[in-house]
Structures are given as C-alpha cells and as structure tokens.
Design a protein around this ligand. Structure first.
Ligand code: 5GP
Length: 188
C-alpha cells in the first residue's frame, strides 16, 4: 500500500486504449475512488446519473461553471465535461486516491493546480492494433474510423506531457506496471 494517499490519479488515452478497464480495476482497490464528472452528453444505456456521470443540461453546466464549481472543464467531441471541485475535496480530505478519467485538455489544466497528482497516459501498442480494436467493436463506419484515428493521432502527440506512458500490449502486464508505479497492490 502506498504511504502517500490522497492523490489525483489522472488517466487519459485514446478511445479503445483500454483506459476504462484500467480505471475500473484501480477503483476496486480500497482507498481508491472514481471521480464522477459532470457532462452535457446524454446517458448511454446502462449508465446511472451520479454514478457514471452527473448528467447536466447546458444551462446547469453553465451555472456551475459560473459558480466556480469545476476544477477543470473541456469540450470533447462537441460535448462538455468537467471535474467537480467537491469530488476532489471530499476524496483528498478523506485521504483517498481519486481516479480521474479525463482528456488531455483537462489533464493540462490540473497540472497547474498544485494538488498532489500522478498522470498516466494509456497508449495502444500500435495504430494497427487500435484500428483492429475499433473494427472489432463493429460500431464505426469507415468515415467515423478515419475521424477517430485522426483524433487518436492528435492525442498521442501529447502523451509526453504525462508523468508515465504505459503501453497496453497485454492488459494484465500493464495493470501490474501501473500498480507498481502507484505503489498499490491488488491483494491486501
Ligand atoms: P465518454 O463520453 O465516452 O464517457 O467520454 C469522452 C471523453 O471525455 C473521454 O476522453 C474522457 O476522458 C473525457 N472526459 C470524461 N470526463 C471528463 C472530465 O471531467 N473532464 C475532461 N476534461 N474530460 C473528461
């Protein structure tokens, strides 16, 4: 177990990189919580308000923004997302690690905020593998694939801004690497 609890663990990475599987395993550990962001996008099937996101309309997002309730916020794929200060304050006060799954713009804003933070960029082993994974999902048209791959390239260009870049060549190996660099263990 780590001796320095109460950090922000920021995880970013392109779509289909495996970052969601990673953060799910991390927040299953004792003393590690997930930061529930606010967003203006609609819930997907199975998503629960307050658990997966705080789903807000544009007006409510603006109101909270004006009230200074966001620690960072960004527009991603035409929708707005933000980390609520209250989430962060609650976790840090309780000495818990808080996992934030946010995009590169959000990570950049947090770097200047002076809070204890470790940032991790999850990279796919290659563009070819990523293309295969996207194809495997079978939900993307060729046009959509092209658009997404262009976004991935732009995100990959910013991987160097993170404290650590981990490559998802093998998920369990990558998880072990992340646990090690965070000083965490899966079994107590
Ligand atoms: P999705 O809509 O698929 O859940 O998330 C889309 C993107 O929004 C992901 O890249 C995710 O990292 C990013 N995102 C989710 N929550 C936040 C947040 O609070 N702040 C920022 N900056 N990005 C977020």
């Amino acid at each position: 177990m780590s001796s320095e609890r109460g950090r922000l663990i920021v995880i970013s990475g392109p779509t289909a990189s495996g970052k969601s599987t990673l953060w799910r395993r991390l927040v299953a550990l004792p003393g590690v919580r997930f930061s529930v962001s606010a967003t203006t996008r609609s819930p997907r099937p199975g998503e629960v308000d307050g658990r997966d996101y705080h789903f807000l309309d544009d007006r409510e997002f603006d109101r909270r923004l004006a009230a200074g309730e966001f620690l960072e916020h960004a527009e991603v794929h035409g929708r707005r997302y933000g980390t609520l200060r209250a989430e962060v304050e609650r976790a840090l006060a309780a000495g818990e690690d808080l996992v934030l799954e946010i995009d590169v713009q959000g990570a950049e804003q947090l770097r200047g905020c002076g809070l204890p933070m470790v940032s991790i960029f999850v990279a796919p082993p290659s563009e070819e593998v990523l293309r295969e994974r996207l194809r495997g999902r079978g939900t993307e048209s060729e046009e959509e694939m092209k658009r997404r791959l262009a976004i991935v390239r732009r995100e990959m260009d910013r991987a160097g801004e993170y404290d650590h870049v981990v490559v998802n060549d093998d998920f369990e190996r990558m998880l072990a690497e992340v646990l090690d660099l965070l000083g965490l263990e899966e079994k107590a």
